[in-house]
Design a protein. Sequence first.
Length: 470
Amino acid sequence: MLSFYILVSGIALYAESIQEAALKIPNPRPSGSWVSDGIGYLKDSGADIEIDQIITQLERETGAEISVVTLLTIGEYNPKEFANTLFSTWGIGKREKDNGILLLHVLDQRRVEIETGYGVEGILPDILCKRILEMFIIPNFKTGNFSNGITLGSYALAHAIKHPALDMNQKLDLGPTNFNYSDFPESHYTELIPIEKVDETQATPGIFLRHIQDPKNSFKEYFYFWLGLIVVFSWFFIGGVLSLLPFGNHFFYRIYSNFGGWFSWIAGLASYCYMLVAEFSESETFYSSFNIIPIGLSLFFTNQWIGKSLRNKPRKCPNCQKLMVKLNEKEDDKHLSPGEVSEEKIKSIDYDIWKCRTCDTITKERYSGKSPASKCRKCNFYTYRCVSTQVNRAATYDYEGEETHFYECAHCRLSEVKNVTIPKLQRSSSQSSTSWSSSSSGGGSSWSSGGSSGSWGGGSSGGGGAGSSY
């Protein structure tokens, strides 16, 4: 229940996380490109076409993937951390090969980062990435030739990947190149940077802040969320009022904890699922939806308090209407049958005994325990349960398994042995796809499938690479 209350309520953070910011960067793969030119100089000069050709040929020949990303700003985020996050978010490189590279240019921070996957760190060590930056990219950037720098850098990275056996100096020897692009002055692009430096990664207000700023549209957008939340709080309100009464009643507790609790649980879960969809549509990410912890915790502990209060409120004596007192665990055993004592001992049932000090009337209330047990067919108490299990034959992917379960009643000691058949293990879809791909990866077609399908290959960043300012 605690996880439910954490999920269904709380306050969203006002600012987005670095993952949310990375998710807002336009992914070029659905359109078949490798370049996401947020600044615009690659498109203006036409260099994006040649860069796409360089990377497409590289991916076709080696399977490696390079993504080139230019951004006006990433706000106050660290470029290295942002590059690592964006790399992992997109999954640059082939899955299980991790042969991806990210070349990132952040204009307002005047910073260029190369991020590499695990699979290419041997071919592109950090020192080589640094040399590529210093020899080919940064000199061009310092003279305002961004397109030439990015194109030459992309070519240098591709050259190194294509020739893994060369030493470092040979990898840096690109031979004659003919990249001669003309860019607009840098001021043409810096004028596009907002004063607050948020542009495409502008922080989207969280759920709570949007409700305050625009309550009318917020209510319309989250109508079913609010409807479910109203149901939850209605039951909390009813339970709170009942818990404040000077006397209690077993019926109140059962209605609140059973019908009310489950009904509000379902309503809360439904409202939360609806909110996830609405929030994803609004902010393009689920992350802010999971920043709803504080109120969730408060609801959980409030529910615990209401339940405890309803159970422990003094009962009215059915005879004299005076308030009764609840006996402690030791005293209440005197008013229980041996079978009921056994139920309490194994915690399948918990009994509360209330005694009237005026007329000595006794009332007994029955509650579900923490360790459920079945009803014994001999003594009729809820003391029959499995006490041990013996594995006779483990289940495999090809054969069923078998276990022996030993049952015993904690009261009358009725015992029984049952043989249980265990279903065969099921292979997961990922295991099936892995076995298929391993049996069909002898040719080069498996390399090109990731690049031509309009998506990244699912690679991971190794955290390697280098960065440089200009």
